[in-house]
Design a protein around this ligand. Structure first.
Ligand code: B12
Ligand code: SF4
Length: 542
């Protein structure tokens, strides 16, 4: 095989880092292979089929590699209006609101299914109109839902779970895929492979001039946050998280010099100033300190005036790391505190102590951190009680006291149940989910289950959220954004995940937590009053 066309399936605009790494890897091993990248997100819906057809006609690929990043539409967080509609539909006391929400929900369901149908139509277009081309597919969304999606793809499509470098190389060299995580449908039979030793990342660095030549749409990403991967794998076990399933538990590091070379090339050649470490976790543990430290030191030494972010375990930030982070341009951070109760955290196997998380925030504050912190709470996790909910409210107050209230934005990020996670397994065992359920099939009942917020705490958590969202509707937080948020052009939004901005702009998460506190306290006083009156009623024995 001598030519590969990579097609990044449409999603909200985000730099298609996965396909750039794949194309770069193949180019280093097989420079004679012609390659092209087509990013469908940059076309309006109606022009996408045509863009696929034109690219395939002109480029005549032997292999078409589809990259499917996102499927999720019903996001479990308040930055996405679907959560609000779902809560209104299930919990609003005003019937009119329920009706309005049901229409909005139907529209969203329609968009969700159309999005999946459209994404599937492009591999079918290739299979029908270019039958000689081989088809492969991979990416985060494909990995998450491979069992379901492979059934809907043309027969013979080679699906790859997780990283794809070695698998694509093997396909173009005509080698067996037995040691790769492939999935393939032959009629009604599904064949799967197990990955042998995962690739080491010691030689991975992007040849930017080459990439520029095969990705003519790159200019669209000039002002956007560019993804850079510094390691693969996460050793933790957080019950709801799919990342170790996608990337593996063993952490593989890229040499810091190569990571910073990537950043520096994008900085000097494309003018990029904002970067996102796409690692499942930037600081995976104490073993990662030398690599993380060297990356940040090199950013400083090369005088790269950038702003960067990524998923960071605040509990692992030391005073030295905090100083380096701030000096090298750390921007806004998203911190998954999840709960203010250590017991709830332990039950989810989160592997950190709240006290260490607070310490990390303290070190950041002492180092002069000026960004925003989005504090994700997954209220109503297993083992949640009224008391633990109050501890979550307290934990927000602690972080706000350390970093300053104007910097801390709690966000209600309910647990979304994902396939192949420990949480899914537990809920199947408990009978909350039924065996063989289809995670892509959304109905009012399944959405209610998959946005994990079970009884008995569900109704007043929903009430607190709805109360807060209602109050903030149309209103904007008067405070000016700082850090990355103020520097980006208005229409594109600064933070890499734009949907989250909606949640933090009105700081409705803070309101939701405070409303929850109010509701819980009034329940407590009602209970206390009831207990007191019961005690004061004379009984025959007294
Ligand atoms: C970093 C990250 C983000 C960052 C991105 C920042 C940036 N500027 O890039 C932020 C925080 C913004 C983000 C946001 C979201 N994300 Co995100 N994100 C990730 C994360 C952790 C890494 C993705 C990444 O870039 N990896 C590094 C690159 C190199 O890997 P890659 O792109 O996956 O490509 C490799 C393989 O997938 C494979 N591959 C890719 N394509 C192909 C094609 C072929 C043919 C083959 C063979 C292989 C192959 O090979 C590549 C190289 O090895 C993943 C989880 C994970 N650990 O993978 C989730 C993940 C991709 N995100 C996910 C989602 C849902 C989202 C959101 C939609 C969440 C939301 N509801 O708001 C948003 C919106 C994204 C958007 N389009 O704007 C889901 C997607 C699965 C799903 N349910 O659809 C994931 C898998 C997390 C999860 N829930 O499990 N995300
Ligand atoms: S939530 Fe973060 S630390 Fe936990 S397993 Fe997932 S990536 Fe790792």
């Amino acid at each position: 095989m001598n030519s590969i066309l990579y097609i990044f399936l449409p999603c909200k605009k985000v730099y298609p880092i996965g396909v750039t790494y794949l194309a770069d890897f193949i180019h280093r091993r097989k420079p004679e292979v012609r390659q092209r990248i087509l990013d469908l997100s940059l076309y309006p819906d109606a022009q996408r089929s045509r863009a696929v057809r034109d690219a395939a006609t002109e480029f005549k690929p032997d292999l078409v590699c589809f990259s499917w990043r996102d499927i999720q539409i019903f996001s479990p967080h308040e930055g996405d209006s679907s959560l609000e509609h779902a809560f209104n539909f299930y919990f609003a006391s005003n019937p009119l609101k329920r009706i309005v929400a049901s229409f909005a929900g139907l529209q969203q369901l329609y968009r969700y299914y159309s999005h999946i149908r459209a994404a599937l139509s492009y591999p079918w277009l290739i299979a029908k109109e270019f039958p000689k081309a081989h088809i492969m597919i991979g990416g985060g969304a494909f990995t998450a839902f491979a069992d379901q999606l492979i059934q809907k793809l043309p027969e013979g499509t080679i699906g790859i779970l997780g990283e794809g470098e070695d698998a694509i190389l093997k396909v173009i060299e005509g080698q067996s895929l037995e040691n790769e995580r492939y999935i393939l449908r032959e009629g009604k039979t599904i064949r799967k492979g197990q990955q042998g030793a995962p690739a080491l990342l010691d030689a991975l660095t992007v040849d930017l001039p080459y990439l520029t030549s095969i990705f003519p749409q790159y200019q669209e990403y000039a002002g956007e946050s560019i993804g850079v991967q510094s390691k693969r794998g996460c050793p933790y076990d957080c019950a709801f998280c799919l990342y170790p399933y996608i990337e593996g538990k063993r952490v593989r590091y890229r040499p810091p010099s190569m990571v910073v070379k990537d950043i520096s090339q994008h900085y000097h050649q494309w003018g990029a100033r904002r970067f996102w470490f796409t690692d499942a976790q930037f600081i995976t543990g104490k073993e990662a300190y030398p690599q993380c430290t060297e990356i940040l030191e090199r950013i400083l030494a090369e005088k790269l005036e950038i702003e960067w972010s990524g998923y960071i375990r605040t509990s692992l930030i030391t005073p030295e790391m905090a100083k380096l982070m701030v000096r090298s341009g750390v921007g806004d951070l998203e911190v998954a505190i999840t709960s203010g109760s250590q017991e709830v955290l332990n039950n989810l196997h989160m592997g950190f102590k709240l006290e260490r998380l607070y310490d990390g925030c303290r070190y950041l504050a002492e180092a002069g951190f000026k960004g925003k912190v989005i504090l994700n709470y997954s209220l109503n996790s297993p083992k949640e009680t009224e008391e633990s909910l109050l501890q979550s409210v307290e934990s927000y107050k602690v972080v706000a006291a350390i970093l300053g209230e104007e910097r801390v934005f709690p966000l209600m990020f309910f647990l979304g149940i994902q396939p192949n996670t420990d949480l899914e397994q537990r809920l199947l065992e408990e009978g909350y989910l039924s065996a063989g359920y289809n995670p892509l099939m959304l109905t009012p009942t399944s959405i209610r289950k998959l946005l994990y917020n079970p009884a008995p705490l569900n109704s007043f958590i929903a009430k607190a959220c709805l109360r807060a969202w209602e109050r903030k509707e149309g209103s904007r937080d008067p405070r000016k954004w700082t850090g990355s948020l103020s520097q980006a052009p208005k229409e594109s939004g600064p933070y890499a995940d734009k949907s989250l901005i909606r949640g933090i702009e009105g700081n409705s998460g803070r309101d939701a937590l405070l409303s929850l506190e109010e509701i819980l306290r009034s329940r407590q006083s009602l209970r206390a009053a009831k207990d007191a009156s019961e005690k004061s009623v004379p009984t025959p024995a007294s």
